[in-house]
Design a protein around this ligand. Structure first.
Ligand SMILES: Cc1cc2nc3c(=O)[nH]c(=O)nc-3n(C[C@H](O)[C@H](O)[C@H](O)COP(=O)(O)O)c2cc1C
Length: 417
């Protein structure tokens, strides 16, 4: 048995049951998502820091304009003035989604990962704007992430595509799912798919830094499968987190999940957005380099390589240009940590900020090396070249390895000299 023996039925369409998860900021690029779509699977783009991402892809100037507009505020601890221009957010989102959708050439689909925790100083209006603009631009599906998303469906419900766009929710416990479903039932809009993300995933986690080892994906998946069956919900369940080989994926498909969502193996693909040198760090990582910490101002634990430059940041908060994590009062944990460190800084000593990082900057500059628990195994998936560096596989190499491999074998890419 291999993954290719299964198909993922979603609405009236069938896909290869492999979904590349959303990886912000622009790690799951258009190119990466399109490579899954071309092969009949599903690829995600992410709308994390979408104005900044547009600036780097299309040379627009959203970030510079925002920074200029609020330049008077850079030395102010109070960031409550810093609103995003909603028209610009919509414009950037449409540009990015249209750019991606226009490149579809296969039988797969392109979804967008939308994180609720990206509060952007005005959580409801900015999230509504992002969701609606993505639907306007023709996205196939929206995966609601990083948060309980209790009000998210309400924000989309007046859009003409509310019932036609595919909507999925990422949860890490049955409890979170049942809370989300209460509102979904009231709105008569159940999700089209449920992604169960276990404790081995990358990015932000629904588990604590000290208790994640007490949980496992299989158990949560089986709780959710039982619940869905018992309630006769007929919603496909997708497993995510730590699925490293085609055989791992097949094992899950055999238990009744409809598809798997994978990410870590694709971080080192040529199509992923991380700079090549960072991809080499990922491949060289050892188990002890992979940590879960609470430096993210979102309040969620995050898994990353301990060598991540963002862990040594001491820069002034960068909210005038970025500010994606400002809450509805203009607050962010990094601003407090920075000004507290300034107050206690001793003359002549380096400014040391502990406990928090400027994640907006860290993610934008690829300085926060977030990764899945299995990252230390990436060296088993590719070839070491004569100069000591690692060959970067194509997304197609990795996708096909998941699709066709058996017996936990991993097909390395054809060696380049
Ligand atoms: C580098 C990286 C960045 C990620 N960023 C996000 C994100 O922005 N939003 C999100 O919902 N999940 C994010 N994830 C989680 C993935 O979408 C996916 O569900 C999970 O990592 C799958 O497990 P695996 O990495 O073990 O295959 C990220 C994962 C990685 C590895």
């Amino acid at each position: 048995m291999k993954v290719d023996n299964f198909r993922f039925q979603l609405g009236n369409k069938e896909y290869v049951p492999i979904i590349i998860g959303g990886m912000g900021v622009n790690i799951s690029t258009t190119e990466l998502a399109i490579s899954a779509e071309k092969l009949g699977g599903i690829g995600h783009i992410s709308d994390a820091e979408v104005c900044y991402v547009c600036d780097s892809i299309f040379s627009t100037s959203y970030t510079t304009r925002k920074r200029k507009k609020y330049s008077y505020n850079v030395n102010n601890i109070d960031k409550s003035d810093l609103y995003f221009d909603l028209e610009e957010v919509a414009e950037a989102q449409k540009k990015y989604v249209e750019h991606t959708m226009s490149q579809k050439s296969g039988n797969g689909a392109i979804f967008m990962n939308c994180m609720e925790k990206l509060t952007m100083r005005n959580s409801s209006d900015t999230l509504r704007t992002r969701l609606c603009a993505a639907m306007d631009a023709g996205i196939d599906g929206l995966t609601l992430a990083a948060g309980l998303n209790l009000r998210t469906l309400d924000l989309m419900k007046d859009h003409p595509r509310f019932h036609d766009v595919k909507i999925g929710i990422i949860i890490s416990s049955l409890r979170a799912l049942t809370i989300f479903l209460k509102r979904a039932v009231k709105l008569e809009r159940l999700p089209d798919y449920i992604i169960v993300e276990g404790p081995l995933a990358g990015g932000h986690l629904g588990f604590g830094p000290d208790d994640w080892q007490a949980y496992d994906l299989q158990t949560i998946v089986s709780d959710v499968l039982n619940f869905v069956k018992q309630e006769e919900l007929n919603i496909p369940v997708i497993a995510a987190g730590g699925i490293f080989t085609g055989t791992d994926a097949t094992e899950f498909l055999k238990t009744g999940v409809a598809a798997v969502q994978v990410a870590t193996r694709f971080t080192i693909s040529r199509e992923a957005g991380l700079p090549s040198a960072v991809k080499q760090h990922y491949i060289n990582a050892e188990k002890q380099d992979i940590v879960i910490n609470t430096v993210s101002p979102t309040g969620y634990p995050m898994r990353m390589l301990k060598q991540s430059p963002t862990l040594r940041y001491s820069m002034k908060p960068n909210c005038e240009g970025l500010g994606y994590l400002l809450d509805n009062h203009g607050k962010c944990g990094y601003i407090d940590a920075y000004y507290k460190a300034l107050e206690t800084k001793e003359e002549g000593k380096h400014l040391e900020i502990t406990g928090q990082t400027c994640l907006c900057t860290g993610m934008a500059k690829y300085d926060c090396w977030t990764c899945g628990d299995t990252t230390y195994r990436l060296k088993d998936t590719t070839n070491r070249l004569d100069d000591g560096t690692w060959q970067l596989p194509s997304a197609e190499d990795i996708f096909k390895d998941y699709q066709f491999s058996t017996d936990h074998a991993i097909a390395k890419p054809e060696r380049v000299s």
